[in-house]
Write a protein that binds this ligand. Structure first.
Ligand code: S3P
Length: 168
């Protein structure tokens, strides 16, 4: 079976919902950031600090290519992954790309105390989030095969995704 790839903004619930899908299907869950961290033996923040964002994006591209070779996975992508056409092209037409759509205000609330995401460690965090969100949402939407609201519980959202993928 082809993979289900979750995309969407930081904090939209890709990892939590992905783990819930793993529970109700025979798919294996893989978190793309964790996959990169394991390979580099460093956290995403350390990679940004030591090598810069561009190097992280190249690692992310390599991770996309490697994961797309596998089957029957549920993959939680990083929030930036599907803003790059080269990554979209790796999955498009083969795996099912699912956007977890949640409003900016919910994201702001969820990420208010976040310390793990290098792009948000700045004094004007809310403004940065707003700009990124507005720039990225159309890109996510054009990449996605399926758009699902991420506002419900992770369990309900997972069930909705499994059903939508089944119907596609
Ligand atoms: C990023 C999102 C992060 C992580 C990195 C960059 C982004 O993943 O890949 O910090 O550009 O939005 P999450 O969406 O899991 O936070």
């Amino acid at each position: 079976m082809n993979n289900i790839v979750l995309c969407g903004f930081m904090g939209c619930g890709k990892t939590t919902v992905g783990k819930n899908i793993e529970r109700i299907t025979d798919r294996k869950f893989i978190d793309m950031d964790a996959f990169i961290e394991q390979k580099q033996n460093m956290t995403v923040s350390e990679i940004f600090d030591k090598y810069g964002e561009q190097s992280f994006r190249d690692m992310e591209f390599e991770a996309c290519k490697e994961l797309a070779q596998m089957n029957n996975l549920i993959i939680a992508s990083g929030g930036g992954a599907f803003t790059f056409e080269r990554n979209v092209n790796v999955f498009k037409g083969i795996d099912k790309i699912v956007l977890l759509d949640i409003p900016l205000e919910a994201i702001k609330f969820r990420l208010r105390n976040d310390t793990k995401r290098p792009l948000l460690q700045r004094p004007d965090k809310d403004k940065a989030m707003e700009e990124l969100y507005n720039k990225r949402l159309p890109l996510y939407k054009s990449a996605a095969d399926i758009v699902i609201s991420g506002k419900g519980t992770p369990k309900k959202t997972a069930e909705a995704i499994v059903e939508a993928v089944r119907q596609k």
